[in-house]
Design a protein around this ligand. Structure first.
Ligand code: SAM
Length: 279
């Protein structure tokens, strides 16, 4: 089996009992940074054979892990922190394992995006996880432009070095007023959550260098729904057709123009007959 094991994003108390059991019994633990992984295992009192795995690992490493899985050995994939594959390596290995008929099993747990969303106070019924935006300003702005009409809450990961630049770009592209949240150092000693308009957060981050430290999730309220100006106003349509045509011709014409159901338009025309004189 290939186990995809989530690990804490700060507070080591967040490891699950099942994650510990799976790590304790895995034949191999695959991790991006084997040094960090060894530190976690030793905190748990475990010692397992480790292998480095990146999504850009050469095919040999992937084949090596697949061969071990196909020999019936179990592999646990962990990220440096949080859930593997979420802005972290693992996608290629999971795809290859599934294609090879290997069972892939999740051992769920912490994920910074979900942790931030759960406390942000922004709509959480629908959200779009965007991970890291491009580091180059022009590419970052282009991605934000493409997201400017998105109505779902937006969730970004951002490096502390670029968080102020991100808020400058958010203000330039989305305007000043949308609500946003900066969730920093979640589950750690300096856990901080700032919320306010994009403009307010930009000034607070600029004025307080501490807000530009640590690990950061940024959330932005989705765009407001824009009324559909192409929608046909059937009342107005009937009011303008009825004085010129017979009632049934006006309804036929309104059906043709609007594509709305004839029954509904006919009932509406009957109701209007008292106020608009048909032809
Ligand atoms: N796979 C991880 C997960 O499930 O959240 C994310 C890995 S990604 C390489 C690392 C980014 O996640 C950080 O740069 C930061 O944006 C976010 N992150 C990780 N831990 C965090 C924490 N404790 N507080 C806030 N953001 C965190």
């Amino acid at each position: 089996m290939l186990y995809i094991v989530a690990t804490p994003i700060g507070n080591l108390g967040d490891i699950t009992r099942r994650a510990i059991d799976v790590l304790a019994s895995a034949d191999i633990v695959a991790a991006e940074d084997t040094r960090r992984c060894r530190a976690l295992l030793s905190h748990l009192g475990l010692s397992r054979p480790l292998l480095a795995y990146h999504d850009h690992s050469d095919d040999r490493r992937e084949c090596e892990l697949l061969a071990e899985l196909q020999r019936g050995r179990s592999v646990a994939l962990v990220a440096d922190a949080g859930t593997p594959l979420i802005s972290d390596p693992g996608f290629r290995l999971v795809r290859a394992a599934r294609q090879a008929g290997v069972d892939v099993v999740c051992v769920p747990g912490p994920c910074a995006a979900i942790a931030a969303l759960s406390i942000a106070g922004l709509p959480s019924d629908r959200f779009a996880f965007e991970g890291f935006l491009p580091a180059r300003e022009s590419a970052r702005k282009a991605r934000l432009e493409a997201l400017s009409a998105e109505q779902r809450t937006l969730v970004f990961y951002e490096s502390p070095r670029r968080v102020l630049a991100l808020f400058e770009d958010l203000q330039a592209v989305f305007g000043s007023d949308r609500q946003a949240v900066l969730a920093r150092e979640l589950t750690k000693i300096h856990e901080t959550l700032l919320s306010g308009s994009i403009a307010e957060l930009r000034s607070r981050i600029a004025a307080d260098p501490e807000q530009q430290l640590g690990e950061i999730v940024v959330l932005v309220h989705g765009a407001e729904e824009v009324p559909d100006r192409t929608a046909i106003d059937s009342d107005r349509l009937l009011r303008s057709l009825m004085p010129r045509l017979s009632l049934s011709e006006a309804v036929d014409c309104a059906v043709e123009i609007s594509g709305l159901p004839r029954n509904a338009l006919y009932r509406q025309a009957l109701a209007l007959r008292d106020v608009v004189e048909p032809h």
